[in-house]
Design a protein around this ligand. Structure first.
Ligand code: AQP
Length: 344
């Protein structure tokens, strides 16, 4: 019998340069969780290939996400940092979960609908089955807490449904094997912090995303100061001055987004930002927002550049993390095989 321990797992896809959304919504949370939990942070490269990736660009992006983790303050010695494809147990468990998850559940996933777009018939089977692999990523460590941005809420709910169904389907067997309360935990999503959904700079109703065709829609962690200032200057706004109260941000998605980013970077409540800027025009506010963004991201991007200059060192960190991740995943996967009834 394997004891259940509190454990944090989360992942980021190497599908391009990381955005301010990834940073505020996920990575800053990852850093914080290190203080209280054993953490496993994964560069989910198998998720990335659910949509076409140029091989050389994929390798670069895997290293870049790793560099972003470390430059932001994730400690790969005290915790685990690795890329998913180096731990085969993720794919093994995903297959079992493909057989637990129901078609009807996957049909409801909004991310698949958004990413597949109109040409659904041409989407990869991997893109459709993405949530089973995500459930496996988390549960192959029997992780109990998952810090994510708001957009991943539905996938996390599916992970809980898969865990619950597995526990129910195999309940008598689990009792026999010493797991009367089920084998997989119902992992808790941690959708917390000041910026769980950062929106596009070109459209305040759309999520900021690293794969958005418009580079002006996002701040990349690798953008230099001039690019950041230009993108913020060009960010869509409305003609009204900034409101003094939170209610005044309703129906103003672009203003809401920029104020939210400012408050998150400053580490203050939105109400305080509005106290300072209520009645002001966007031009002055945008200048201050650009300065604040550069100040917050500059140390991260310069450390990323330093790390990227030595890809061999990054690869070593990933190999070491993968070896330690395997030590945790292998016995859990073995137990799953026993539960399912595979002869070993
Ligand atoms: N705009 C966002 N605001 C807050 N959090 C966000 N996250 C992503 N975008 C925002 C969170 O970042 C973590 C890693 O995301 P991912 O790379 O695994 O995939 P994603 O959610 O699909 O992010 P992107 O940037 O939109 O990637 P592409 O364009 O490749 O699909 C997750 O915790 C996510 O919630």
């Amino acid at each position: 019998m394997i004891e259940l321990k509190e454990r944090v797992f989360s992942g980021v896809q190497p599908t391009g340069d990381l955005t301010l959304g990834n940073y505020l919504g996920a990575i800053t949370r990852f850093v914080e969780m290190q203080k209280s939990h054993e953490c496993i942070y994964c560069v989910v490269d198998m998720h990335a290939i659910t949509q076409w990736q140029d091989p050389a660009e994929l390798s670069r992006a895997i290293r870049l996400v790793t560099a972003a983790f470390i430059a932001s303050g994730i400690d790969p010695a005290a915790h685990i940092v690795f890329n998913q494809s180096q731990v085969a147990e993720h794919a093994e468990l995903a297959w079992v979960f493909n057989c637990v998850a129901r078609l009807g559940w996957l049909n409801r996933m909004t991310q698949f609908k958004e990413k597949a777009g109109k040409n659904r018939e041409n989407a990869s089977v991997g893109l459709y089955a993405y949530p089973s692999l995500m459930a496996a990523d988390i549960l192959v460590y029997r992780a109990t807490h998952v810090p994510v941005g708001e957009d991943q809420k539905q996938h996390l709910e599916l992970t809980r449904d898969i865990a619950q169904k597995f526990n129910n389907d195999f309940a008598p067997r689990l009792k026999e094997l010493g797991y009367p309360d089920g084998f997989f935990p119902l992992a808790e999503p941690l959708i917390t912090g000041p910026a769980t959904r950062v929106m596009s700079l070109r459209d305040g109703t759309k999520k900021m995303s690293k794969s958005d065709p418009s580079d002006l829609s996002r701040i990349n962690l690798t953008d230099d100061s001039d690019t950041i200032a230009k993108k913020i200057r060009k960010a869509k706004t409305d003609p009204e001055p900034l409101p003094s109260e939170i209610e005044g941000l309703k129906e103003r998605p672009e203003a809401d987004n920029l104020v939210g980013i400012f408050a998150a970077l400053k580490g203050e409540p939105v109400a305080d930002t509005l106290k300072t800027y209520g009645g002001a025009q966007f031009s002055g506010f945008k200048q201050d927002l650009a300065d604040l963004t550069v100040e917050a991201l500059q140390p991260v991007s310069s450390e990323m550049a330093r790390l990227m200059a030595d890809p061999g060192h990054i690869d070593e960190i990933l190999r070491d993390g993968a070896a330690r991740a395997r030590v945790l995943a292998a016995p859990i996967m073995d137990e799953v095989k026993k539960i399912v009834g595979f002869v070993r």
